[in-house]
Design a protein around this ligand. Sequence first.
Ligand code: NIG
Ligand code: FE
Length: 422
Amino acid sequence: MTHKPFLIGPFTQILTLAGLPLKGALKDDQLECLAHAGIRVRAGVIEAVGPFTPMEKQALREGLEVIQITEKAVVAPGWVDAHTHTCFAGSRARDYALRNSGSTYLEIAATGGGIWDTVRQTRKAPESSLEDRIVERCRKFAADGVTTLEIKSGYGLHSEGELKMLRAIEKAGRRTGQDLVATCLAAHMVPRDFSGTPEAYLDSLVNDLLPVVKSEGLAPRVDIFVEESAFTPDQALAYLKKAAAMGFDLTVHADQFTTGGSRVAIQSGARSADHLEASGPKEVQALAESGVIAVALPGASLGLGCGYTPARALLDAGAALAIASDYNPGSAPMGDLIAQASILGASEKLSNAEVLAGVTFRAAAALGLTDRGTLAPGSRADFNIYHTEHYNEITYHQGQLKPHSVWKDGRSILEAKAEGHD
Ligand code: NIG
Ligand code: FE
């Protein structure tokens, strides 16, 4: 397919998200918003952003295609969902019902629910069916304006199952319009059918699984769940050190129910510490002083009916805060990033600048990506066009205002049939 350069506009507002710091609190008046402006794209990358009228004259002089926007429209960067478990089989609706009726995590796990239930179902699913499910779920993410998403393994928990998941993610990535970033979460829990110690299980990953993941280029990142039900901080640190030495980027499921994981993330030099619902002032301060991105997962709080990550405290302390959906069949089955980020904003008193930074360039940074998340020259041409007059409408509708069209690398990957809200 050819990739002809073009100019698109005029937009009522271009919300660039450019020029903002990676860390710390943000005020809405720091947001750059260009009125009656256009975006010029070449080879999937933004070449220029600015006032539409002179850009249009220049484009016409150069014989460039001009895509006219004839309605009120706000354009924002494509959303980045930096933490999902989109590759899985089966449903855990029963867990949800039992939890809401008062059963504990341990009771649910003891009666066949929990992560292990999804492991059993995912192990049974053929790779091609996992691939199809990812592609289908990515269509929904596209309708929500998500142009880059991370997807973890972690429901295989043996080499064969983990590699099947990672290969399904890779193949799905060739079919979806979005960029998929794979993460190996073989250290999600000690599999119930593994007879050795947790250390022996982690060693088996280092010796048998990670070398294949590396040599086949299946995932650039490694994750571990640090929790009483999974791995201790010491076990995690030793594992992550070995994974780093093999050249993997690191991320940690940290401080979800008990603390300890965020310290592991900092000490191992991880890019991000995700969850943090249990983080207290000490953890918040340490994260703020580190180079680790704090990733809030409000979808897990909504799914489990528990408190949110202390996002306000993290930002005020000076941390970098990203917001991701954690889409998974157990704790976060909703998977609507903008709905969740908006609700987190209302609950934690985050400015729109903080919410939107959390799902754009700060989320990209959590994945080690610096080429997206802003509408600025040099960024990938990933953007969402909303048929509305003001960017404040996006969080105001708490996920119900969907983009009219979604662009990835300068190509439209979704055109909505229905109109958005006014
Ligand atoms: O991020 N916390 C651990 N892992 C997932 C839940 C996975 C599951 O319950 O299937 C999470 O919430
Ligand atoms: Fe998760």
